[in-house]
Ligand binder design. Structure first.
Ligand SMILES: *Cc1c(COP(=O)(O)O)cnc(C)c1O
Length: 358
């Protein structure tokens, strides 16, 4: 179908999944890849065994970072059904990242079809406990071997699969986050809203410094005034005040998270006053001191919901909920895992079936 080529190695035995999967450490046996050229568009669509790439040392993306990626998940539900969470939104966002980086769009129907096919080929690798999943990493990059700084003409697109464990193997515990006012991650009108390698390279040093101080992640401020709260390393941020739940608006400097979008909808469904708006650190601190902050949490595909138990800004340490998991964060986490596992009604059709269980 769809001009796919199958170069797959049949498996004689079921793969034995390690008991501690962690995140992104193990990979399934196969990948999907296709190539782009200006003459042929996307072509060479093939499912093949996982193997190293061979590339010219001048390959463009290695030098100039013309690349974009996504991160989404497939789940094996309690019924045995295999489902994907909002693949359409993830591939739309990939195309948005690509356009900003002078890279070609992918056909969303075609790559979704290829993804479902690849997940079926490697379905024995999908873990099935609550919180576990098959993490999917679609990515594309410029492959021309030229050292001049200009857009590549040729590209490669890949789907890579990695079985991952529950993000919180020891239970859902709050993390400590440092508000970083020394370094910035990305800037609006720059690549801030793209899932592109450079943004993560820019975030490493600030995150390492935070780790040395005992903080798990960094909360980034806007890159222009270092005044407004933007997002965490790989998560969007939500602050629940007594009368509203606020998440920073999409200014172009932060990633438009699919989990963020989903959580906004869930909160609206529950009747919360959810607002996407500018939230300055000053406002946060002032309302924190007034006792109005009831919960702080991050949202992202990898961890789903992350409870924040402490924020530090300059010399001020601000415990949230006495360092305990907040009620709202807990209920969103439980609800989303339930939705993934098929225990909740999928009222907005966020799940797409890959294969029905028996
Ligand atoms: C991926 C990512 C997020 C979360 O996006 P989801 O679509 O919810 O996974 C947030 N911020 C950054 C910087 C990210 O890379």
């Amino acid at each position: 179908m769809s001009g796919f080529t199958y170069n797959i190695t049949p498996r004689t035995e079921k793969p034995e999944l390690p008991t501690t999967l962690g995140f992104g450490q193990y990979f399934t046996d196969h990948i999907f890849e296709m190539d782009y050229s200006p003459e042929q568009g996307w072509h060479n669509m093939v499912f093949r065994p996982l193997a190293n790439f061979s590339m010219h040392p001048a390959t463009m993306f290695i030098h100039y970072g013309q690349a974009a990626f996504e991160g989404l998940k497939a789940f094996r539900q309690n019924s045995g059904d295999i489902v994907l969470f909002r693949p359409d939104k993830h591939f739309e966002r990939l195309n948005n990242s690509s356009r900003r980086l002078c890279m070609p769009d992918v056909d969303i129907n075609l790559v979704t079809e290829a993804l479902k096919e690849l997940v079926k080929i490697d379905k024995d690798w999908i873990p099935s406990k609550a919180g576990e999943s098959l993490y999917i990493r679609p990515f594309l990059f410029g492959t021309d071997a030229v050292l001049g700084v200009k857009p590549s003409k040729n590209f490669k697109f890949v789907l890579l699969l990695s079985p991952v464990g529950a993000y919180y193997p020891e239970g859902f515990k709050p993390v400590k986050i440092l508000i970083q006012d020394e370094y910035v991650r990305a800037v609006r009108k720059g690549l801030g809203e793209c899932k592109t390698p450079g943004n993560y390279a820019a975030s490493l040093l600030g995150a390492e410094i935070a780790k040395q101080e005992g903080y798990t992640q960094v909360l980034w401020l806007d890159a222009i005034e270092l005044k407004n709260i933007e997002e965490v390393g790989t998560m969007n941020i939500f602050v629940a005040f007594k009368d509203e739940v606020v998440t920073p608006q999409l200014t172009g400097g932060i990633l438009s998270g699919i989990t963020r979008m989903s959580v906004i909808q869930i909160l609206k469904d529950r009747g919360y006053n959810v607002r996407e708006r500018v939230l300055s650190v000053d406002e946060f601190i002032q309302r924190y001191n007034a006792g109005e902050v009831t919960d702080v949490f991050g949202t992202g595909t990898a961890a789903i919901i992350t409870s924040v138990g402490e924020l530090k800004y300059k010399d001020t340490i601000m415990p949230i909920n006495n360092g305990q998991v907040g009620e709202l964060a807990q209920s969103l986490f439980t609800y989303l895992i339930g939705l993934h596992m098929g225990n909740e009604v999928d009222r907005h059709n966020w799940l797409q079936l890959v294969e029905a269980g028996r």
